[in-house]
Design a protein around this ligand. Structure first.
Ligand code: GTQ
Length: 378
């Protein structure tokens, strides 16, 4: 339904408790006087600021790896990491909100970072937390608060907020490309983001290489005789691809998984079972050959990176075809369902999200799509 001034009226608003004031010349004059006093009439905007359900300002968006990889390679030639600080190609949601907030989706920032052998990204820290998914390369590493961590393809690695970090690729490695996820839009909205640079270009490792994943990465096996880990994030730091994939294969031997997500594992803090970081979560999910998921929607934003395979997702009624290392996002409260197009082979989807924020605030809400046998009409 359209009002005289062109605004859309939800028919559900024609009930007691929803604003439906007809403006008069006297009211128009009142609105102007209110505006001159830094005030407004709540009923003019009430229905928009208290919608019946979440109305995301973000759009489902897909970035093709073939295109974005080429952009990363151009950035490699055009700027040096020491000059750029971070030579990152930012992924901007295809919406005004995405461009304004430098957001990939909702509270989340994402970028792609490519590094040549021998290059470093100067050490720094910020309140914003970061995590990364390695897409290709050999010899990449990160140093987090003095812990040197080696990185391989499809590994998932943490840089918790407030930790010093620098990255690089060893001189005899390969060009490495990874996807960064940060909670920068959240930190900036909360006006809590601090930034500092280290007094050296790189940190000197203060511990044996990979000490944290080797100490705490044994899944159900917890080390004894080690000082207690007091920090609010996972001590594992890096989650290896081989172990993640094997865990999914094992799970699939004994479980049907979720009708929406197939077989799905959380990258958890093994000490708590909760999310690895306080503000962002991540998953790896496996869609078995021919998997056709049902549709659901939930609060919170999710950014996917296709770890392997070929398929499509229907997001908000539109089909997005994907293949290895394509990146796409599902904004809050938008219906989505995933399909593996290969009848015989698994597809793997890495994803990161802002669910820990939704949970901490008590607003993680989910709903299954009930019409058409659980599938959106495409
Ligand atoms: O590595 O800390 O993609 O500060 C953008 C900003 C990565 C990082 C990005 C950052 C980082």
């Amino acid at each position: 339904m359209m009002a005289g001034d062109g605004t859309i009226i939800d028919p559900r608003d024609a009930v007691l408790g929803r604003a439906r004031v007809t403006d008069t010349p006297e009211l128009e004059a009142f609105y102007q006087d209110l505006a001159a006093h830094n005030a407004g009439a709540f009923w003019k905007r009430a229905n928009a600021i208290e919608p019946w359900e979440p109305e995301t300002r973000y759009r489902p968006t897909l970035w093709r790896y073939a295109d974005m990889r080429a952009m990363c390679m151009r950035a490699l030639d055009l700027v040096k990491p020491e000059e750029a600080g971070r030579r990152v190609v930012t992924l901007l949601n295809d919406s005004d909100a995405g461009r304004e907030n430098v957001a990939v989706c909702g509270w989340l920032f994402s970028g792609m970072q490519a590094m040549r052998p021998g290059e470093i990204t100067p050490a720094h820290k910020h309140t914003a937390s970061a995590h990364r998914f390695i897409m290709e390369g050999k010899g990449a590493y990160t140093v987090v608060d003095g812990h040197h961590i080696t990185l391989g393809a499809n590994d998932y690695v943490l840089t918790p907020g407030g930790c010093w970090h620098d990255h690089g690729v060893v001189a005899d490695g390969d060009v490495s490309i990874w996807q960064d996820g940060l909670d920068i839009p959240l930190m900036n909205s909360l006006e809590t983001n601090f930034y500092a640079v280290y007094d050296q270009p790189t940190q000197t490792a203060a511990f044996p290489t990979d000490d944290l994943p080797r100490t705490f990465g044994g899944a159900a096996l917890r080390p004894e005789g080690i000082a207690a880990w007091e920090k609010p994030y996972s001590p594992v730091m890096v989650y290896r691809w081989d172990a993640t994939r094997d865990a999914l294969w094992n799970l699939a031997k004994v479980s049907d998984g979720s009708p929406f997500d197939g077989h799905m594992l959380r990258y958890s803090n093994p000490l708590t079972g909760g999310w690895a970081l306080q503000t962002m979560g991540a998953h790896m999910q496996m869609l078995k050959g021919g998997f056709r998921g049902k549709a659901h929607r939930h609060t919170g934003n999710v950014v996917y990176n296709v770890a392997g395979g070929r398929g499509y997702s229907i997001i908000g009624g539109a089909r997005f075809d994907w293949e290895t290392h394509d990146i796409f996002c599902v904004p809050a409260w938008v219906w989505h369902e995933h399909v593996n197009l290969d009848p015989d082979d698994e597809a793997f989807l890495f994803s990161f999200n802002d669910f820990p924020v939704m949970e901490a605030l008590g607003v993680r809400i989910e709903e299954a799509y009930s019409d058409h046998g659980g599938h959106q009409p495409a």
